[in-house]
Design a protein. Structure first.
Length: 147
């Protein structure tokens, strides 16, 4: 089994990176959609369009990408033998932060769909920085492997 994983390593890595890009794109887009959604008047026809856009982004891009990132990533961990590496533990912690962020955003989309606008546009713009900062930390951990 390990020989097969070793032969497929570069394909697994490519798949992981491809779906990370898709996932990150969605994580950047959805909060921006929320800002635009909140700026339209409640009950306006445009409101329903934003609900649909948010749902489609989650269903078509974000959820499948999340699953693929985790699946490819876990197979890479096994094939690379990195399970005891400190940098990997830190990376996994950051990926868990992004996963929690993703789940929170899916819940916020559900609230917006029923008219509950809990945050301001400014708060959503600030929250939109979470994936960028987290991705930067992950990239440093993976490239430098500092511990």
């Amino acid at each position: 089994m390990m020989q097969v994983l070793a032969m497929l390593y570069l394909w697994l890595k490519a798949g992981h990176v491809i779906f990370v890009v898709f996932w990150m794109a969605g994580l950047f887009m959805l909060p921006r959609f929320f800002v635009y959604h909140q700026e339209c008047a409640e009950g306006a026809p445009e409101n329903a369009l934003w609900v649909d856009r948010e749902a489609r982004l989650l269903r078509i891009i974000l959820w499948p990408s999340l699953v693929a990132v985790w699946a490819f990533g876990l197979v890479l961990v096994v094939s690379g033998g990195w399970i005891t590496q400190g940098w990997l533990h830190a990376k996994l912690a950051m990926v868990l932060v992004l996963t929690g962020y993703h789940v929170w955003m899916a819940d916020y989309a559900r609230h917006l769909a029923v008219g509950r606008r809990k945050l301001t546009g400014r708060q959503l713009r600030l929250i939109n920085e979470v994936p960028g900062v987290t991705a930067a930390v992950i990239i440093v951990l993976v490239i430098l492997k500092p511990f």
